[in-house]
Design a protein around this ligand. Structure first.
Ligand code: SF4
Length: 72
């Protein structure tokens, strides 16, 4: 079942759609870093303070979607 946006505390990247603009890393610096080609690496740690809505809305390639950390 997909996560609702209200519950999302992280983002997932569609690696096919992503074009490496890097906006996500600027918006979510504690959750996303960029690799040497400018493509995002999402941190394993969950971050309840992230603005998932803004990142999803502002990705120019629409390659981000809300996500949640897997239950343990
Ligand atoms: S902002 Fe979107 S297109 Fe740009 S690197 Fe992040 S996921 Fe990829």
């Amino acid at each position: 079942m997909p996560a609702s946006r209200e519950q999302a505390t992280r983002v997932a990247v569609d690696r096919v759609a992503c074009t490496g603009h890097g906006v996500c890393a600027a918006l979510l610096p504690r959750q996303i870093t960029l690799d040497e080609w400018g493509y995002p690496i999402v941190a394993a740690a969950d971050d309840p303070a992230v603005d998932v809505e803004a990142a999803v809305r502002l990705c120019p390639a629409r390659a981000l979607r809300p996500s949640r950390a897997p239950r343990q």
